[in-house]
Write a protein that binds this ligand. Structure first.
Ligand code: ADP
Ligand code: MG
Length: 268
């Protein structure tokens, strides 16, 4: 196997602050033609990580947001009527396979069952994509990589990946950044000073501690960035926190009041 890893510190790569060795593991998976599965809560940096890595590896990126209507044809392609003629149009997965691009299936567990079946021959060492409709059997171009993400937090038995599917991927676990990482990330993304970001990150930590009790999910880094962005644009701190870090978490008035108490405890 060719384990050579060639990472470029591309100036055009979107900003991503590593949490650990995930960049190296991802690059090694890519170099060795292995697919990767990114696990972690929503808004913790998975999508940013993939766009960053695609740029550093110099590969085009096709992202597909999976949903319960997404079918194999949406990924692979279909015949469409164009000017009185029927023409085959590649879907994003087929395009990625042909071009040697990275195909990112976001929230893959949401997709219909026929989608996971399509992925199997692509995720073992055959690396082929059979296209039943055209009779083609595409071999993935060098550089092609399948990346999928899912959120193991949603406790839905019907919506977990089957072992036969998940055991085809190299797995990378993501979580919200530690405060030492989240502060510079939020400051950089929002333009707010690190000093002003600190209490927001402390509040985020307290909100995340409530996961499983009052809250289904802890507050995401994305929401902390939203709050900081609103504050940087001049919105009063409490108003910004209510809009960006509390309303999105709960519809229950009692729970929201409890969360606001945490804000008061931090900001006094
Ligand atoms: N390690 C990180 N480096 C840079 N930005 C990050 C990082 N983690 C989170 N973010 C910020 O959080 C936002 C949401 O992350 P995203 O990748 O969309 O989450 P996910 O795909 O896990 O739902 C990003 O747009 C970015 O602003
Ligand atoms: Mg995402």
């Amino acid at each position: 196997m060719n384990a050579h890893v060639n990472l470029q510190e591309g100036a055009e790569a979107p900003f991503y602050l590593p949490q650990g060795d995930e960049c190296e593991v991802f690059a090694a998976a890519h170099a060795n033609r292995l697919p990767a599965l990114l696990k972690g809560p929503t808004g913790c940096g998975k999508t940013r990580f993939v766009t960053h890595m695609a740029a550093r590896l110099g590969r085009p990126l096709y992202t597909v947001a999976c949903h319960d209507d997404l079918s194999a044809a949406d990924l692979i392609g279909r015949y469409l009527l164009k000017g009185g003629e029927t023409v085959w149009v590649d879907g994003p997965l087929t395009r990625a396979v042909r071009e040697g691009a990275i195909c990112y299936l976001d929230e893959v567990v949401e997709a219909r069952k026929d989608v996971t079946v399509v992925l199997h021959p692509l995720t073992d060492d055959r690396r082929i994509l059979p296209i039943d409709r055209t009779g083609e059997e595409l071999a993935a171009a060098p550089g092609f990589m399948l990346v999928a993400s899912y959120n193991p937090g949603y406790q839905n038995i019907l919506k977990t990946l089957k072992p036969s599917t998940r055991q085809r991927f190299v797995g990378l676990e993501f979580d919200f950044p530690t405060p030492a990482n989240e502060i510079p990330v939020v400051a950089r993304e929002s333009g707010l000073s690190e000093e002003q970001v600190k209490p927001l990150v402390r509040l985020a930590g307290k909100l995340r501690a409530l996961k499983g009790q009052d809250l289904e999910e802890g507050v995401s880094t994305r929401l902390v960035v939203y709050a900081a962005t609103l504050i940087a644009q001049g919105m009063p701190v409490e108003r910004a926190i209510l809009a960006a870090m509390i309303e999105p978490l709960s519809d229950d008035e009692d729970v929201k009041r409890g969360l606001l108490d945490l804000v008061t405890a931090i900001y006094g």
